[in-house]
Design a protein around this ligand. Structure first.
Ligand code: ACO
Length: 466
């Protein structure tokens, strides 16, 4: 693709302008002052409408189609920032200055090496596992490497990471005959902490968050490689997080435009209010279980087709439809069967999801010149049109973030079964940020269920039951 990566910035600013114009009639929200607990709210099933905590991290305005991270508009962050900078912003509340950013990126670079975790991971039948199952397992293995309570040798000092060097360290040959370096961390003595301090450091330490934000990308890439019967590739310290992710997956350094599109996709998925996976992470953290267990729960929740799994379903549906001309009949059939169509609708957005606007524009750029992908994209455009005509104004159903992401990921060489792990690679920065914020004022989550069962049943021995 012979286009300059700056074209992405122009595309984003263009869709941002359209988004702002379309919802300009909606009133802007007022700043919320500190909440005085307890508060009254109207709660629907699935905790709809319930306010569980305060947060300064991110905000979604459903009818304006706004997505805000720490006060910054998602369109501006996508146009001008990077995933590393956005992760720092989410975690620390402010954009980093040059020195802070340099240190943060150095830590990210070091934590990208997961030698021990990957050695353990390749001992499992990853090639036959559900990719999210393998990712969740991988975060448990990262925990083994890093937490006070589990690691016997002590956590690796990031500065001691030794990069692979073909002359000095062992090489491994894969069944396909590729040769890859095996890399090692030096052993490192950990400082002595009290049991409670250990638990707190494991539960809410910044370093563990950096480790996870960086390492989940290495894990996702390694899982992709193993599933295609290749050995994991170690990261390249010269590359950005997005470029490293693609490089460690595909074994090829991405073009500037591929890197930029991956980076924007990671920014777009980094945080999204109290969604199911974020809430799952926070619930686990609220027991003072540690952040690795919390992120494992986020991964488990994200795996479902109503949450992170929808973009995989979108690709399956678009391939099944096959051609823009078949869309109307396909939608008739789905709606008659009362099926929900993947990639549409959202609990919070009642306007066009800003993430889908950006991803739609990026997908269009990526499919150019690829006949098969162009047909899928055109089918998606026809489906979007059909759904908006039928359900747009009637039920406020518009494309969500999952509608165009799968098309973009396919063009970037990412296999369909890795779409949800890619979501996790990004959302881990939202999960960790929200967990840390919540733990500053922790109260264990404990909602109630409305008991609608019976009372006073008499216990009958098994022979007396029909
Ligand atoms: N296709 C057709 N109709 C839909 C869709 C859809 N995708 N989504 C909602 N509706 C309809 C429902 O049938 C319902 O109609 P009714 O009032 O006549 O019964 C109405 O819109 C409200 O739908 P709910 O299911 O109550 O909305 P809820 O907020 O509970 O669900 C959800 C939101 C889960 C995202 C839903 O829209 C859905 O299942 N979408 C498809 C899956 C999907 O794309 N998920 C990804 C979401 S984004 C993310 O998690 C990253």
């Amino acid at each position: 693709m012979g286009v300059n990566a700056d074209v992405i910035t122009d595309l984003i600013l263009e869709v941002a302008k359209k988004a702002r114009e379309e919802t300009s009639f909606e009133p802007e929200p007022e700043l919320t002052k500190a909440v005085k607990w307890p508060i009254k709210s109207t709660i629907g099933p699935g905790l709809e409408g319930a306010i569980a905590c305060e947060s300064k991290i991110g905000y979604v305005h459903g009818s304006k189609g706004w997505l805000i991270y720490r006060g910054y508009d998602i369109f501006d962050l996508c146009a001008y920032s990077s995933f590393e900078e956005v992760s720092y912003l989410l975690l620390h509340g402010k954009l980093p200055n040059a020195e802070q950013f340099k240190i943060f990126k150095k830590k990210m670079n070091n934590y990208r090496y997961l030698n021990k975790t990957l050695r353990l991971l390749v001992g499992f039948p990853v090639e036959n596992m559900n990719a999210m199952g393998a990712l969740r397992l991988g975060t448990n293995l990262m925990r083994q490497e890093f937490t006070h309570l589990d690691a016997e040798e002590g956590r690796p000092a990031t500065v001691d990471a030794i990069s692979s060097d073909e002359d000095s360290i062992a090489m491994e040959t894969t069944p396909k005959g590729e040769v890859h370096a095996i890399y090692e961390f030096k052993k490192h003595k950990r400082k002595k902490l009290s049991k409670m301090d250990q638990m707190l450091e494991d539960a809410c330490g910044n370093e563990a968050c950096y480790h996870l934000i960086s390492g989940v990308a290495t894990l996702a890439a390694a899982i992709t490689r193993i599933k295609s019967r290749h050995m994991p590739i170690e990261p390249d310290p010269e590359l950005s997080h997005a470029a490293n992710l693609l490089y460690m997956m595909n074994g090829r350094r991405p073009t500037p435009i591929e890197e930029r599109i991956m980076d924007v996709a990671l920014i777009l998925h980094a945080d999204h209010g109290m969604n199911a996976s974020t809430f799952a992470s926070m619930v686990v953290a609220s027991t003072l279980s540690d952040i690795y267990f919390s992120i494992g729960s986020g991964i488990a929740a994200l795996n479902g087709p109503l949450h992170g799994g929808a973009n995989e379903q979108v690709i399956i549906a678009l391939k099944e439809i096959g051609d823009p001309g078949n869309v109307a009949a396909w939608v008739d059939k789905q709606l008659a069967g009362k099926n929900k169509i993947a990639g549409f609708g959202h609990r919070v957005y009642k306007a066009y999801d800003p993430r889908a606007r950006i991803l739609g524009a990026l997908a269009k750029l990526l499919v150019e010149g690829n006949k098969e992908a162009e047909i899928i994209y055109q089918t998606a455009k026809a489906l979007e049109h059909e759904m908006i005509v039928r359900l747009g104004s009637k039920k406020n159903i518009f494309p969500n973030v999952d509608f165009y992401s799968g098309i973009a990921y396919t063009c970037l060489g990412i296999p369909t079964e890795i779409f949800i792990p890619i979501f996790a690679v990004s959302r881990v920065s939202g999960w960790t940020s929200r967990v840390l914020e919540y733990l500053q004022n922790n109260r264990i989550f404990r909602p109630r269920a409305m008991y609608t069962g019976e009372f006073n049943n008499k216990y009958l021995p098994i022979d007396g039951r029909n």
